[in-house]
Design a protein around this ligand. Structure first.
Ligand code: NAD
Ligand code: GLY
Length: 365
């Protein structure tokens, strides 16, 4: 069954379509948007080999001409040099201002292609065709596009909404298990920050999700997109409440940076970050210990890591927290759960409340 989630942002409104078999319908959807007939299809070799042909055929059957631009696979290629190559590919393909850039891949491809779409000719239409769970429930939705810079991850970017997101659930079948679990961390995040009944549903259904039960996945993806859409509608450019989507990310980003993006998948680092934030919230009497336990239990059920690894330097870790975009004016700011389904943005947290010198035997990344 095909589900549609509207994201209402005035002239930048669009639909997130989720369901089976959407790759072969991409041409139809692009036609409905009235886009120019040349498409720059951005992907990596791994994903293009699996899904490029079916997508290309669909576009060509609907009268589009396609040019494929293949980027090397990995976070390290989400940079300005690759963007430059994509601008050249867009010129080579004759893209004009009405012609779309289409991102076929995970969050790396989506962020990079989105950045190029937002800047080529001051902005051309962007089509997101996310192929990882993380990209389907998070990165393809909401308009954050960026590349990395030696001074920081996602530091060169903008808010640039796609014209449509089509998340074909069948592509998740080829996803490595580790990527599926990493995406699950963001799904769990939505339950914690916004929807206690979704969290309870995840507690009941995590085994089905990890076993790729189609109906369970379809529900989880649609529900996650619906929650993200509501948050982005409230605060598109993160002036305030959109920051709740960063729950678990202060510690998560710090762990990724201190391990040079080599140890953790993004979702794994976020899982550890959500655990740390839940413990901090309990320590500050915001969160009951039973809710803290439920959060950690669900992450463990999703086979995600929950402990900060031993051997990290506490001082470096805390320095990273101060560099977090939320921690303006030298004050530590965290998104903390106050109960399952609700978080608060808490400013001016004292360093002594952080319990991050705890370590345990659970590290299994
Ligand atoms: P990714 O894009 O690196 O994809 C993970 C791996 O899965 C890659 O090796 C990729 O080739 C492979 N892959 C993708 N789809 C596949 C499929 N269907 N079958 C088999 N293999 C497949 O990682 P990701 O977790 O999707 O995204 C992480 C990126 O997303 C980071 O750069 C992060 O900063 C960004 N991000 C952005 C936002 C946002 O709001 N824009 C939000 C969260 C994360
Ligand atoms: N992934 C966080 C956001 O989109 O705001």
């Amino acid at each position: 069954m095909i589900n549609k989630v509207d994201i209402k942002l005035g002239r930048r409104s669009y639909e997130i379509i989720t369901g089976p078999g959407l790759l072969s319908r991409a041409g139809e959807y692009l036609n409905e948007l009235g886009l120019g007939k040349k498409v720059l299809l951005v992907s990596n070799a791994q994903v293009y080999k699996l899904y490029g042909e079916i997508l290309k055929n669909s576009l060509q059957n609907s009268g589009f001409t396609t040019a494929a631009a293949i980027v090397l696979d990995g976070e390290e290629y989400k940079n300005l040099w690759e963007a430059e190559k994509l601008y050249n590919a867009a010129f080579g393909a004759g893209l004009d201002r009405n012609c779309p850039v289409l991102a076929l891949g995970g969050g790396v491809i989506g962020d990079l292609a989105g950045f190029v779409a937002s800047t080529y000719m001051r902005g051309v239409p962007l089509v997101q065709v996310p192929t990882t769970l993380l990209a389907q429930v998070d990165s393809s939705v909401g308009g954050k596009v960026a590349v990395n810079h030696p001074r920081g991850k996602n530091i060169i970017g903008s808010f640039y909404q796609p014209g449509i997101v089509t998340a074909d659930l069948n592509v998740l079948e080829s996803l490595p298990e580790r990527e599926l679990k990493a995406g699950m961390a963001e799904v769990i995040k939505y339950g914690i920050i916004y929807d206690a009944s979704f969290f309870a549903w995840l507690e009941e259904n995590m085994d089905y999700l990890l076993n790729m039960d189609y109906e369970a996945l379809a529900y989880a993806v649609e529900k996650s997109c619906r929650i993200k859409a509501r948050v982005v509608e409230e605060d598109e450019t993160e002036k305030g409440m959109r920051a709740i989507l960063n729950f678990g990310h202060t510690v998560g980003h710090a762990l990724e940076a201190l391990t040079e993006y080599k140890t953790y998948r993004h979702g794994e680092a976020v899982a550890i970050g959500m655990t740390a934030a839940a413990r901090l919230a309990e320590n500050m009497n915001f969160l009951s210990s039973s809710d803290r336990e439920r959060i950690i239990e669900l992450l463990l059920k999703a086979k995600l890591p929950v402990e900060i690894p031993t051997g990290l330097n506490r001082e470096q870790l805390i320095n990273c927290f101060y560099q977090d975009k939320k921690s303006a004016s030298g004050k530590l700011t965290f998104v903390l759960p106050v109960k399952i389904g609700q978080v608060e943005i808490v400013k001016d947290i004292k360093e002594e409340n952080l319990l991050f010198n705890q370590v345990s035997a659970h590290n299994e990344v």
